[in-house]
Design a protein around this ligand. Structure first.
Ligand code: ADP
Ligand code: MG
Length: 259
């Protein structure tokens, strides 16, 4: 545990700065004949206090887009600006600090530490960063996801939906400007999915946070303000504000056929 902690220097607050901007993003994996182009020139901006769903056939580049946008992976070319900071010139340690302070992640896999309680799991990012977690903010984070009475339960004592809510509380403890979620409801039943999606929507509506969520599920995507459809690493389409699940499903079906 470090004896002193660093924080990411906040950029000068530029009014109207977008939380996430992607400019001509490309990402290739492998070299030579084995090269796979996962992203092929994606330019996108995500406004503050909006929820965007990213959909598309399997292998269309959704996870790669999220990983690059969140600073978990580096693009082959193009640029990412996260909460006013360009990631281009950042070294690994600066990137780590930026991720820790400004970004939250939720993944499909319920990756909680099984030997820790719900509260300890939520506290983990703070502990790892060398901060002493404040019990009141831990309790508040668990209360926000409806798990105030489960603080001392271990993951094995919680349902899948409850575990994902713990993961959400953990992602929110630092009040990140942007929350990235890769199929956050992929492993959940319908009822738990609705709870998690309602919570994500609440972050946007009540706290003005920005949510970018990859999903396969048109019903999940219908919670978003905007749906981006990817195909072969490019933006194939964009569906308007709060599209109905049926409209999303039929547009997806066309893309799946073409894939
Ligand atoms: P999606 O999330 O839409 O299913 P991905 O972003 O995971 O798609 O993958 C896009 C393409 O990039 C796929 O062809 C995939 O096989 C490839 N890909 C993703 N990650 C890697 C990696 N680490 N190494 C090699 N190829 C990868
Ligand atoms: Mg994926």
């Amino acid at each position: 545990m470090p004896t002193h902690t660093q924080t990411t220097p906040k950029p000068d607050a530029i009014p109207g700065t977008l939380p996430v901007q992607l400019d001509a993003l490309t990402k290739q994996f492998g070299t030579g004949e084995r090269t796979v182009t996962a992203l092929d020139g994606v330019t996108l901006a995500f406004g503050a206090g909006t929820m965007t769903a990213v959909m598309g056939p399997s292998g269309s580049g959704k996870s790669t887009l999220l990983q690059c946008a969140a600073g978990l992976d580096r693009p082959s070319s193009g640029s990412v600006t996260l909460d006013g900071t360009s990631l281009d010139g950042l070294d690994e340690s600066a990137l780590t600090l930026l991720r820790r302070d400004r970004v939250g992640f939720v993944f499909q896999a319920l990756n909680l530490v099984s030997s820790l309680t719900a509260a300890q799991n939520v506290a983990l990012p703070l502990l790892l960063a060398g901060h002493r977690p404040d019990p009141a903010s831990l309790a508040a984070a668990l209360a926000e996801v409806g798990l105030a009475d489960r603080a001392s339960h271990r993951p094995s004592q919680l349902s899948g939906g409850q575990q994902q809510r713990v993961a959400l509380a953990r992602a929110l403890i630092s009040r990140p400007a942007v929350l990235f979620a890769d199929e956050p409801t992929g492993a959940l039943d319908t009822k738990s999915s609705r709870t998690v999606l309602g919570l994500l929507r609440g972050l946007v509506d009540q706290h003005g946070q920005t949510v970018i969520m990859v999903t396969h599920d048109p019903a999940a995507a219908s919670y978003a303000d905007r749906v981006i459809l990817l195909a072969d690493g490019r933006i194939a389409d964009e569906l308007p504000t709060r599209s109905k699940a049926e409209a999303i499903a039929s547009r997806m079906a066309v893309l799946e056929e073409q894939a």
